[in-house]
Design a protein around this ligand. Structure first.
Ligand code: 15L
Length: 272
C-alpha cells in the first residue's frame, strides 16, 4: 500500500517509515524539516496545515503511484497554548482530509492520544465508548480532530481510524508506563492493522502493547487485526528498582497520568 506519513521526522515517524517499508508498504514522508540522513523513503518538506503545501505534496507524491492512505502523525506532541493545539491537531487534520477528498484517498490513520480521555478517573477497564474527557488543550485538540474524522467518515464515507496512543517509548520508564507502554514494534503492527483492516469506517482504538497491567481495553484494536507481541511486564524489575513516589500514585489515578496535574493548567486565552 502506498502511504503518506506526516510528521515523518518525529519519534513515531522514524520507527514507522522503516517498519512499514519492511512490511512491503511504499512509504512517502512529509515533515516541516528535511529527511534525516539515511531515510529510505521519498520525502516532501511542508506544513500539513497549509493547503497549498499539502496539495503540492499530494500531487508530487502521486507521481510515484496513487497515494492510498495517509498516516497523520504531525503535531505538537505535548501541551501548548489552545491556539497552537487547535492549529497543530485540528487544522492539519482538516487540511489533509480536504486534500484526501480532492485526490480520492479514502483512508486516514490518525495519531490521537490517550489525553483525549485523559481526565477520566481510573476504572477497571476503559473502553473506547468513554466520553471525550481531555486533560489538556493538547487533549482538546485530539478530541476535536477525532470529531472531524468522524464527520468526514459520515459525510464522505472515508475510513478514519483514530489511535489513542499511550506511551510510545523504546521501553517503559515509569510505573504508569507498565500499563500504558506501546513498543516500537507493536506501533508498527497497530498502524499496519489500521491501514489494512477491511472497511473500518470511523474507528477508535487504544494504542498500547499487550501489557499485563493494562486497563485500557484493546478489543477495538484487536478487531482491526492488531496482534500486539510485547508486554511492559518484562521491564517491571527495572522500573521498580527506583522506589515508588507520590507522583507514581498521582499518575495512576487518571488515564492521562502526569498531564492531569496542576502544572499543565493554564488560561485558554492567555494574552500575556
Ligand atoms: C502523548 O500523547 C504524548 O505525546 C506523550 O508525550 C506522552 O505524554 C504520552 O501521551 C503518554 O501519555 O505517556
Amino acid at each position: 500500500m502506498r502511504v503518506l506519513v506526516t510528521g515523518a521526522a518525529g519519534s513515531i515517524g522514524q520507527v514507522l517509515l522503516p517498519g512499514l517499508t519492511d512490511r512491503g508498504h511504499d512509504v512517502v514522508g512529509m515533515d516541516l524539516v528535511v529527511a534525516p540522513d539515511g531515510t529510505p523513503s521519498p520525502w516532501y518538506v511542508g506544513d500539513c496545515g497549509d493547503p497549498d503545501a499539502v496539495r503540492s505534496t499530494f500531487e508530487a507524491a502521486a507521481q510515484g503511484g496513487p497515494i492510498e492512505a495517509v498516516v497523520h502523525l504531525a503535531g505538537i506532541p505535548d501541551e501548548s497554548s489552545l491556539d497552537d493545539a487547535l492549529a497543530s491537531h485540528v487544522l492539519t487534520t482538516a487540511t489533509l482530509l480536504d486534500a484526501m477528498r480532492e485526490h480520492a484517498v479514502s483512508r486516514i490513520v490518525y495519531a490521537s492520544s490517550n489525553h483525549a480521555v485523559g481526565r477520566t478517573p481510573r476504572t477497571d477497564m476503559l473502553g473506547t465508548d468513554a466520553q471525550p474527557r481531555p486533560d489538556t488543550f493538547y487533549g482538546v485538540g485530539k478530541v476535536a480532530a477525532e470529531a472531524l474524522l468522524h464527520l468526514y467518515a459520515d459525510r464522505y464515507g472515508l475510513d478514519a481510524v483514530a489511535l489513542r496512543i499511550g506511551s510510545f517509548l523504546p521501553q517503559p520508564e515509569t510505573r504508569r508506563h507498565l500499563a500504558t507502554w506501546l513498543s516500537h514494534d507493536d506501533a508498527v503492527r497497530l498502524v499496519e492493522a489500521a491501514l489494512t483492516a477491511p472497511d473500518p469506517g470511523f474507528a477508535v482504538a487504544y494504542g498500547i502493547s499487550a501489557n499485563t497491567r493494562a486497563w485500557w481495553d484493546l478489543s477495538s484494536a484487536r478487531a482491526l487485526g492488531y496482534e500486539p507481541q510485547d508486554d511492559a511486564e518484562s521491564f517491571t524489575a527495572l522500573v521498580e528498582e527506583t522506589p515508588a513516589t507520590e507522583a507514581d500514585e498521582v499518575e495512576a489515578a487518571h488515564v492521562g497520568g502526569p498531564f492531569v496535574t496542576e502544572r499543565f493548567w493554564r488560561p485558554a486565552r492567555d494574552q500575556g
